[in-house]
Every structure is written in C-alpha cells, then in structure tokens.
Design a protein around this ligand. Structure first.
Ligand code: PMT
Length: 220
C-alpha cells in the first residue's frame, strides 16, 4: 500500500487536437487522438491528484472521479480555459496538439464550389497557450510542455523549453517508429531547464504517462 504522492494537489492537463472552423461543416485539425494527455491525467489521478483535463475533440473518455473534463474545440477556447484554470493549479502538463493558426474569417454559410471557384484561406497565428502559462507561472507552480519534432529534435525542444518558460519538456519525435500521434506507444526524452536529459524506451502511453508522473514526483 504505497502512499499516494499527489494527494491534495491540483493539475491541469491539455489533451487532443484543437480544431479551427472554415465554415459550419469543415475545419482544420490534426492527428492527435488525446491518448497521451488522457493517460497523463489518469496517471496523475491515480497518485491522488485532482485533474482538470482540457480536451479538444477526441474519441476517448475517462470516468475517473478525480478527473474533470472541460471540452473545447478551438485553440482560443483552450487558451481561455487553461489561463483561467491554471490559477488554481499546482502544475500543468501541456500534451495537446494546438492549432498554430485559425481561419481569419470563417464562413457563416457552407462554402459551395460552384459559387466560389478557387478560394484562398487567410490564416492567422494563434496564441501560444504554454507560453501564456509560462508568463503567468508562480514560484510554486510547475509547467511541463511537449515538443513534437521531425528534425533537430533536441535543439528545437530546448528552444521551446526556454521560450515558453517551462520547467521541463517532453520530446517525442515523429522520426521514431511507434512514437507521436494516434499510436498507443510513445518514446520520450525529458529535458529539464538545467539541460539535463532522461531517455526512456518505447512503451505503452499508459506507462509513458506513469514515467512522466514519477519523474515529476521525484524531481519537484
Ligand atoms: O494525442 P496523441 O495521439 O496521443 O498524440 C500525442 C502527441 C503527439 C500530440 C503529444 O505527445 C505531443 O507531442 N503533444 C504536443 C504536440 C505539439 O503541438 O507540440 P509543439 O512542439 O507544436 O508544441 C510545443 C508545446 O507547446 C506543447 O506542449 C503544446 O501543447 C504547446 N502549445 C503549442 C502551440 C500553442 N499555440 N499552444 C501551446 O500550448
């Protein structure tokens, strides 16, 4: 009967994709399934934490009594929920794949190709949610990001860690077979703000989540 190490703590987790409306029936999205973020929420909850899970549209769910799901669609909605709820949290883990752009002027009516011919969508950059929390962060709060990379992985991840004022960043690379979007497994390297790295082997996302929570318990 090991003692629950996060009893009395409150965590924010972001998970899944965000989607950006083009018109009432179409959107821009990405391949995130939410599996990584939901596994982290479950893992935090199993150590006794209360979890606010801010989730983009996904096919999975959880009925863990310690997890409250706050469903959102767009990056703007996720930003709103996250910046509000972070104030009450001891820490946040940002596993969502947030859209980097939204459509400048989504159409109120379904676009019809017979009427529009070729169209060009104007995209505007979205706010960086992790960076916003990095600015808002107090001494006693911990902020953990992910980095999804395809090249110059360690360098890019370290840049993101610094730019967003994170305590550590979890690198997953699309170059690694069995890592990243949608699959049930992941392979990660955790980098902290002292530049120290810890490399893990390829495993189930549930086990990866347990490794991440274990790392946080041991180091913070
Ligand atoms: O959902 P799954 O199918 O299980 O897949 C898991 C995953 C691959 C989505 C996950 O492990 C992961 O890597 N999530 C982060 C994906 C991503 O968008 O990474 P990034 O390198 O673009 O962003 C860096 C960090 O900033 C991330 O913590 C991201 O959540 C955050 N971010 C990015 C942009 C933005 N506007 N706001 C943010 O908060």
């Amino acid at each position: 009967t090991s003692k629950k190490k996060l009893k009395g703590k409150r965590f924010l987790v972001t998970a899944g994709p965000t989607i950006e409306k083009i018109d009432p029936v179409r959107f821009i999205g990405n391949h995130s399934s939410g599996k990584m973020g939901y596994a982290i929420a479950e893992s935090l909850a199993s150590e006794g934490a209360q979890v606010d899970l801010i989730s983009g549209p996904v096919q999975i769910t959880t009925n863990n009594p310690n997890i409250t799901i706050h469903p959102v669609e767009s990056a703007n909605e996720m930003h709103q929920e996250a910046t509000t709820r972070f104030k009450m949290a001891d820490g946040a883990i940002m596993a969502a794949a947030v859209s980097d752009y939204s459509v400048a002027t989504p159409s109120e009516k379904k676009l019809k190709r017979e009427q529009t011919g070729n169209i060009t969508l104007e995209l505007i950059p979205n706010k960086d949610i992790a960076a916003a929390l990095g600015k808002q962060k107090k001494q006693n709060q911990i902020l953990v990001g992910f980095a999804l990379e395809t090249d110059n992985e360690l360098e890019n991840a370290t840049k993101k860690l610094q730019k967003k004022n994170l305590d550590c960043i979890i690198l997953n690379s699309l170059k690694e077979p069995g890592a990243g979007f949608n699959v049930n497994t992941n392979k990660i390297i955790i980098i902290n703000n002292k530049g120290e790295q810890k490399t893990f082997s390829l495993k189930e996302k549930k086990e990866v989540a347990a490794d991440i929570v274990q790392y946080l318990v041991e180091n913070y």
